[in-house]
Structure formats: C-alpha cells, structure tokens
Design a binder for this molecule. Structure first.
Ligand code: CO
Length: 460
C-alpha cells in the first residue's frame, strides 16, 4: 500500500506571519474556512505564534473570538496552534498557573493540536505546557527547534525526542524555522528519530533558502508522516513551499495524498486576490518572496528577516542590512548557539542591529539579553562566551534551576484586579499576556458596544 503523506496548511498562521507580518484579518480569510475544512488536511495551523499579539495590537480582534469562529466554520479539520513553551505566546517566561490555564482555555475554545517548542530546546521549559495539553485532551506535538551548530548533533535531538515522548507527546515536530535544513540532513534526522521512537513525525520548514521542496521529499522518503505547506499564493520565500506542488509531486512519486484538488484550486484562486492586495499596499515586500541562500550562513528565520528589514527601515538604516545580517551569527555564537526562533531570534536580531549601529559590540544590551545571560530563558545549548557575559552582567547574579519556579502565581490576582473589566478567563489570559494591548482592546470593545447601543436607541 502506498505510504500516506499528510499536510498541515499554514496560510492562516505561519505563511501569513512570514510574508505579511501576520496582518491577515479574520474577515479576509473567513470566506475560505469551509473550503479549507473540506480540503482534507491533517490540520490547519491557525493560531498562536504572533497571531494573538497582532490581533490585539493591530487588528482590533479578540484572538479568542477568532479561534471560536474558526472552530465553528471548520468542524472537520484539526486546528493547530504554535505555543512557545513556558513563554506561551509572549517573549518571556510566565508562571505555571498561567501556562496551564492558557492551554486549558485554548483547548476549550477549539484547539486540537498544540505544537510546543522552546527556543533553547530546554525541556524544563516544555514540561508544564505538555502536561497541560495532555490533561486537556489535546494532541501534544513535542517540538525540536532545529538548528545547526557545533553542539547540535542528531544524537542530542534523538535524546530530546525521547524526553518529549516521556512528557506525553503523541507526535514529534521538527521545526526548521529558518529553512536551513538540507535534504540529506532531513533524511538522516528523520531516520534517526524513526529508529528511536515509533511516533508520527511532522517536518516544518520554510522556502527561504530554496531547499524546502527537496528537504520535504527526502524527509518523506525517510518516513516523515506530515509536512507543513502553504496554499500557493502564500507560499515560497520566507513562507512554506506550495501545498498543491507537493501534493502533485508526491502523488507522482507514488505516495497517497488525501487533499481535494478542487478545494485547493478554489483556495489558490481566492488567496491570489488577497496576496495582491498586500502587494499593492506594500505589506508584502518583494524581499520576503525572494530565495535567499545567505540564510544558509546566517540562519535567519523568515519572520526575523522581515522584522530586521522593518526595524532598519524605521531607523532609516536599510543600508546596514547586510552588515546586521553578518553580525547575527556572531552574536548567536557568543550567546551559546541558541536556535533562532521567537524570542531568541528577536533578541539576537536586535542585538546584532545595536552592535552595528553603535559601532561597539554589546555597548547597549536589552533587558531580555541580560535576563538571558542570567539564565532566565533556560540552559543554553553551549555556554555563553564568558568575557561577553561578564561585560553584560557585571555584578549581577546568575539563576540556578528553572526560572518559572521563582515566579509567583498570577491568575487569581489578575482575576481580582480585572473585576468588572474582564468578562471571562480568556480576557484575564489576554491581559496577563499583553496587559497594555488587552486594556486598550477592552476599552475599544466597550466603546464600540456603547456606540451600538446609542445607535439602536436613536433608531428606535
Ligand atoms: Co515556521
């Protein structure tokens, strides 16, 4: 029997995040939800990552409401989200009670698969979220943040997979956020994991370097079960490779692909128009669509590349792009080779820009990099350069153990604080995650409702 390969559609989350900084509002993709639902995907990645932040910050959308609406429109397809371990959807560690409640509410509001990663691959930071996912009855997808460095070996990754299995993972995701994984590496790593554990493997990569199609093919040859792709108009460049292209190629090679071509054609037609709108208003920049082989040296993930660009654009320093890009792997090596993924990608990226613009390395350091050096993000893959650490920390003490263990519970106090303002635990969670944004959102929601009420009265 032909081996089956399943697909995760990323247009609602990663493709949208990688190409247009997550600016796709609900009403723009709403007309396609039923079509996506009928297309036969393993799952639709539609929440988490930057969607939560951007919904509140730029789109004036309640992220929870978005999730419920997607759930309602897509009863037949598993909904998947990306969760940053102990960081949940934010950029630093949260207390355990918040992590647990967040996961529980995500599942209650419709989430089926939670892909859980840690920027440093420190399993201490995954444990609470993994357990909460299993307890809530959802699929915990234990995730490797893939990177290459002198200290990242396949043996180490396999060891991590075994720990993820222990923690209750029912699938394993290899998350190659920068699109740097080559076909041979994919073949070898998938084979190594398949030899060690009998679990479905999902490979996630980006088209940034142009390797992705080849990488997926070789991963599938080695037994990879699920691949992440984007419908063609939102594919390529810093996004995922195209869904329809891979379906076509894999079928030709004799694999079983359950996707419905009529549905994917309809989706492609529709999203072409949406893409053109974002091209016209400048949100989708040509650079994001280009194949960039420099990433093989710099290991800069898609989202980071577009952030770096917009950061420099804001500072009127676009001419420093190449220099900042070249500084990035140096900063990464100094910091013990963290995989570049949120939040380490932002931290390393901002530091690289600072080092270049200041003309002196580590002259200015963000509070996040300081916290990182104190150990608040977990154990780094390799030790941080001692000299640089001393320069950054001065007399400050380093942390021992798990940072979240030092954090006091936050949920109950926040519930009390928001009495009369928050209408649900979901509101409380939004507030803990992004207090200023949530506050602004609550006010606007109230104002909008009051306007509606006035309007109704006048009408009557
Ligand atoms: Co990604």
């Amino acid at each position: 029997m032909a081996k089956k390969v399943q697909f995760v559609e990323t247009v609602l989350r990663d493709a949208n995040q990688s190409l247009i900084a997550t600016r796709l509002p609900f009403e723009k993709f709403e007309p396609m939800l039923q079509t996506i639902d009928k297309a036969g995907y393993y799952a639709a990645e539609c929440w988490g990552g930057a969607t939560f932040d951007v919904c509140l910050r730029y789109l004036n959308e309640d992220p929870w409401e978005r999730l419920r609406k997607i759930r309602k429109a897509m009863p037949n397809t598993k909904l998947q989200m990306l969760l940053r371990g102990q960081n949940v959807l934010g950029y630093s560690h949260y207390p355990d009670d918040f992590v647990k409640l967040f996961v529980q509410k995500a599942v209650e509001n419709g989430m089926d698969v939670i892909r859980i990663f840690d920027a440093l691959n420190d399993v201490k930071n995954l444990k609470v979220a993994m357990e909460a996912t299993v307890n809530a009855g959802a699929i915990a997808s234990g995730t490797i943040s893939y990177t290459t460095s002198p200290v990242h070996t396949h043996a180490k990754y396999v060891e991590m997979v075994k720990e993820l299995k222990e923690m209750g993972a029912s699938t394993i995701c290899i998350k190659d956020m920068a699109g740097i994984m080559g076909p041979q590496e994919a073949y070898d790593l998938v084979s190594a994991i398949k030899d060690a554990v009998d679990m479905p493997i999902d490979l996630h990569t980006h088209s940034t370097t142009g390797l992705a199609f080849m990488t997926y093919l070789k991963a599938v040859e080695a037994g990879c079960d699920i691949i992440d792709t984007a419908i063609s108009p939102f594919s390529g460049g810093t996004s995922q490779p195209a869904t329809e292209t891979l379906a076509y190629a894999l079928r030709q090679l004799g694999y079983e692909v359950e996707l419905n071509d009529e549905c994917t054609t309809k989706m492609a037609d529709y999203f072409k128009g949406i893409r053109d709108e974002f091209v016209a208003d400048g949100t989708l920049m040509p650079k994001a669509m280009a194949t960039d082989t420099q990433c093989l040296t710099y290991q800069v993930p898609g989202g980071m590349l577009s952030n770096l660009l917009s950061q420099l654009k804001q500072m009127n320093a676009l001419d420093k792009f190449d220099e900042a890009l070249a500084e990035t792997p140096k900063v990464r090596a100094d910091l013990g080779y963290p995989p570049l993924v949120t939040p380490t990608s932002q931290m390393v990226g901002v530091q690289a820009v600072r080092n270049v613009l200041d003309g002196e390395r580590y002259k200015t350091v963000s509070k996040e990099i300081k916290a990182y050096c104190r150990g608040e993000y977990g154990t780094t893959p390799a030790p941080i350069n001692a000299e640089i650490k001393a320069k950054i920390l001065g007399d400050e003490k380093e942390l021992e153990g798990r940072y979240a263990d030092t954090l006091a519970p936050i949920v109950e106090d926040t519930r009390k604080k928001l009495e009369g303002i928050a209408r649900s635990d979901e509101d409380v969670l939004s507030y803990i995650a992004f207090p200023n944004l949530a506050e602004k959102f609550f006010e606007e929601r109230k104002a909008k409702e009051e306007n509606e009420v006035t309007y109704t009265i006048v009408e009557a």
